[in-house]
Design a protein around this ligand. Sequence first.
Ligand SMILES: Nc1ncnc2c1ncn2[C@@H]1O[C@H](COP(=O)(O)OP(=O)(O)OP(=O)(O)O)[C@@H](O)[C@H]1O
Ligand SMILES: [Mg+2]
Length: 270
Amino acid sequence: MQIRLAVISNAGGSGKTTLSVHLAYELAKHQYNVALLDLDPQGSLTLFCGLNPPEPEQTLAAVLKDKFDGAWPLTPCWSQYTNKVAVCQGGMILTQTADELVLHKRGAYLLADCLTDYSLMHDVIIFDCPATLGPLPLMALAASTHMIIPVQLEPKSIQGAAHLLEWYYYHCKHLRLNPAPEILGFVPNQYDARRSTHRQMLAALPEQLKEMKIRAFLPIRDSAEFVNASGQGLPLHIYRPGHPAKDDFKDISSYLVTLIGKPKTNKKTK
Ligand SMILES: Nc1ncnc2c1ncn2[C@@H]1O[C@H](COP(=O)(O)OP(=O)(O)OP(=O)(O)O)[C@@H](O)[C@H]1O
Ligand SMILES: [Mg+2]
């Protein structure tokens, strides 16, 4: 089954793009073809994937135009290391797209429509969303089969996540998403075991989520190497292959592997 995973959080800097790229690389190692779609006007995937800034017609904004003909602008990334990850880049042009979405008759469903009309053959499509609850994440929600929520172990971030859940339940109902995308789980990010508040909040999280039947994945540790790796446009697996923090994504990737099943045989996915 194709997984369309929206990485959503209304807190800036919670680790959406970091999670997106590391999951993409982990899944590629498991032989899955992965498309990373950048829904963020900041266009962080361009940096994190070591790509050149795109022309507007080479971004997701072009895909969302009425005249889109199905030629997805996908750029391979980390191609020295894998042939299984491709990126549809974002950027400032998406601010204009967000304005247009509000006026478009199918606004929230536009990305879902594109994926129906011009399907991507990848095993996994990851939507890296901006830190708002505006039209772009809403469109990701309507196009996704699953959603994953990175959170920092800070009161503000946890409170933000509670608002995000309200947003999720409201819009799944309002947009009549049937089936609604499943919440895969929360991912505690930038965990520092030396900080007692982090330890306490990490311990409390599964209990807080249990009532809503939401999983808390194992935490991603705080490491300056994530910042360094992203600056080089690489996942930690390539930047520092021996670094233990790269293994922090295994809990999530093994869950996804079970969910997806066998990779599609090496079909050309562009
Ligand atoms: N586990 C971590 N340890 C240390 N630094 C991290 C970790 N995860 C992310 N970072 C760094 O924190 C910053 C924010 O991360 P990232 O860009 O992934 O967050 P984001 O949620 O996508 O942000 P935005 O809301 O701006 O899109 C980046 O500099 C990133 O390298
Ligand atoms: Mg980001």
